[in-house]
Design a protein around this ligand. Structure first.
Ligand SMILES: NC(=O)c1ccc[n+]([C@@H]2O[C@H](COP(=O)([O-])OP(=O)(O)OC[C@H]3O[C@@H](n4cnc5c(N)ncnc54)[C@H](OP(=O)(O)O)[C@@H]3O)[C@@H](O)[C@H]2O)c1
Length: 339
């Protein structure tokens, strides 16, 4: 009989709940599934009642695989518990940014660099949501035409910040429609009927850049194994509930016309072409939301770079940008006999 695994999801926020849903939806071979967070309570997740447990260092004693989706940083779940879990023999797939750039931590998008998994030391990192959807497009273009330079601007949904940010957008819209204003709690500015080019803290290393932009630069270089790839990112928060979009400009090493690029991208697993502008068909966050694929369209020659293309992409940042990619990593570990 095929082996089944004792799995824990750490974090019961937007991403943690979606991980539970996707593990069940894709029939991951589970012998048990526990949900851990900061405090004990009952929650309905994917239509089932789960007893959410408080995470402690002992929580991982009987766990084969832990998917971490807790808050990032000093007091977050990953920094507090991931190394302890590994010491208990648990394999950790971490969704946050705490370990992504460490040299002994594979940073994996299975369709792009699954070979990196075999070098794992107990911890595998899931990339940033904006990075995942971009490398799904860059990797096949790079493999065929070579990649010289990348310029990207993102249009990121509030679900990327978590549940409280989704509530903030909804509450501000309701207040606005009834003639009131609500002061922001989660973001530095009102998000309803507004946008701002600010995601994360200011970087010391890349003066003038915010953290999300630096994540896109460094993580893309690591995943594509191109440490010197010239790449510039501008990350923008927009009043969309779910689904990140990106305007992507690439300079390739060889000529690529839009038809060839479309053909290459149509063969990439996990990518779907939505590109019929005459019929008003192009990737939308509302269409990407709830879907597994990264949608790509508006594929056109860039008039500035000699071998340049412009593209527009959309993906569900909670699914492919976080929970789905983490579960796909776990599935790939199984397929490679690493679990
Ligand atoms: N949302 C996205 O698009 C996205 C994409 C990629 C990556 N991520 C990353 O994924 C992580 C989770 O995001 P989210 O949107 O799900 O956040 P969220 O809705 O704010 O949920 C965070 C969860 O983490 C739990 N938690 C926090 N500190 C913990 C600790 N020390 N020990 C155990 N559990 C702890 C919280 O527990 P309680 O419920 O008990 O408070 C909560 O369930 C973050 O690191 C985020 O940066 C998010």
């Amino acid at each position: 009989m095929a082996k089944k695994y004792r799995v824990a999801v750490v974090g019961a926020g937007l991403v943690g709940k979606k991980m539970v849903e996707i593990l069940l939806e894709r029939n991951f071979p589970l012998s048990s599934l526990r949900v851990l967070a900061t405090r004990k309570r009952e929650e309905i997740i994917a239509g089932q009642k789960f007893l959410v447990e408080e995470t402690t260092p002992e929580s991982f004693r009987e766990i084969d695989l832990a998917l971490f989706a807790g808050t990032e940083g000093e007091k977050g779940a990953s920094r507090t518990f991931a190394r302890k879990a590994i010491a208990e023999g648990t394999i950790v797939i971490d969704n946050g940014s705490d370990f992504r750039l460490e040299p002994d931590v594979p940073l994996v998008v299975p369709e792009v660099n699954k070979a990196a998994l075999k070098y794992h030391q107990g911890l595998i990192a899931n990339p940033n949501c904006s990075t995942i959807q971009m490398v799904m497009i860059l990797a096949p273009l790079s493999a065929t035409f070579g990649l010289n330079r990348v310029i990207v601007s993102t249009y990121q949904a509030v679900s990327g910040t978590g549940r409280e940010a989704m509530d903030e957008l909804e509450n501000q819209i309701r207040a606005y429609c009834s003639g009131q204003t609500l002061s922001p709690q989660v973001y530095p500015h009102p998000i309803a009927f507004n946008i701002f080019p600010h995601i994360g803290g200011l970087s010391q290393e890349f003066p003038g850049y915010f953290a999300e932009e630096v994540k896109m630069i460094k993580e893309t270089r690591k995943i594509l194994n191109k440490p010197d790839l010239p790449i510039s990112a501008t990350c923008v928060r927009v009043p969309v509930f779910n689904g990140h979009c990106e305007s992507l400009t690439v300079e390739l090493k060889k000529p690529a016309n839009p038809e060839e690029a479309r053909a290459i991208l149509s063969r990439m697993p996990g990518v779907k072409i939505v590109d019929d502008p005459e019929r008003n068909e192009y990737p939308l966050p509302t269409a990407a939301s709830g879907k597994d694929e990264v949608l790509v369209g508006r594929i056109r020659a860039n008039p500035i770079f000699q071998f340049g293309l412009d593209l527009w992409i959309a993906a569900d940042n909670i699914r492919k940008g976080a929970a789905l990619n983490a579960v796909q990593i776990a599935e790939e570990m199984l397929a490679q006999g690493l679990l």
